[in-house]
Design a binder for this molecule. Sequence first.
Ligand SMILES: Nc1ncnc2c1ncn2[C@@H]1O[C@H](COP(=O)(O)OP(=O)(O)OP(=O)(O)O)[C@@H](O)[C@H]1O
Length: 239
Amino acid sequence: MAGVEINIQHLDKSFGSLKVLKDINFHVKPGEFVAIVGKSGCGKSTLLRTIAGLESVTGGVITFNSKEVKGVQETTRMMFQDARLLPWKDVLTNVRVGNSDRTKAEQALGNVGLLEKSSEWPGVLSGGQKQRVSLARALAGDPDLILFDEPLGALDALTRIEMQSLIEQLWKQQRFTSILVTHDVSEAIILADRVVLIEDGGISLDVKIDLQRPRVKDARFTVYENMILERILDKGEGV
Ligand SMILES: Nc1ncnc2c1ncn2[C@@H]1O[C@H](COP(=O)(O)OP(=O)(O)OP(=O)(O)O)[C@@H](O)[C@H]1O
C-alpha cells in the first residue's frame, strides 16, 4: 500500500490547563520519512499519539489523503520502545494480533528475518528479536503509515544499528509514510528525509536531510548533526 499524505493544520493539544502543542502546522508527503526530535517533555509523543488518533485534538484539523481523521485508522500502525508482545501467545499469533491474515503475518515475519521463530514464545527472544516481531506486527497490517515512538531506545548500540538498517530497507521497499520520535539526533539523520524539532509547543526547525542513502557519518552528516544539536542545546536543555 502506498504511503498516506498527512496534513496537520493549527493543531492544539492541551491536557487540562497544560498546553502541550500550540498551533502546529505540518505536512508529510506520501511515503516520506520524518523524524521528530526535541528535549524531553516537549510533546513529541503527544504529537505522535494525536496523529495516531489515540489522543483527541483540542483544536485544529488532521487530514489523511485530504480527509479529516478522528480516532484510530486501520492502516496506521505504531511501534513503541517496549515491543508489547503477549507473553502467552507464540510469535506468529503475536504478529496476527490486529492482522488476521496468516499469509501476510508469515510474510512479515520473513521480512524481518524471524520466520523460523514463528512458534516460539516471546519470552525466549532477545530484545532486538522482540522489536523485530513488533515491526512484523506493524507490517502485517499492510500499513500506509507507521508511527515509531522511540522504538530502538532500549536496544544495545549494535542491535540498534541493525534495526535502523532493517527499518530503512523495509520502508524503501514498501514506502509506508513514517514518523519517528527519537532522542537520538544521529538516528534521526540516518533514517529521515526531514528532521523536525519541537520546542515550546511548536515546530522551531524543519530540516530536509539532503544526503544519499544509506547514510554514512561523514563531514556533511556531522554538519546536520551539529546544527540540530546546537539548536536544541541553545535553549540550555538536553535531549
Ligand atoms: N495523558 C496525559 N495527561 C496529562 N499530561 C500529559 C499526558 N501525556 C503527556 N502529558 C504531558 O505533556 C507533556 C509532553 O509529554 P510528551 O510525553 O508528549 O513529551 P515527550 O517530548 O514525548 O517526552 P519524552 O521525550 O520524555 O518522552 C509533558 O509535560 C507531559 O507530562
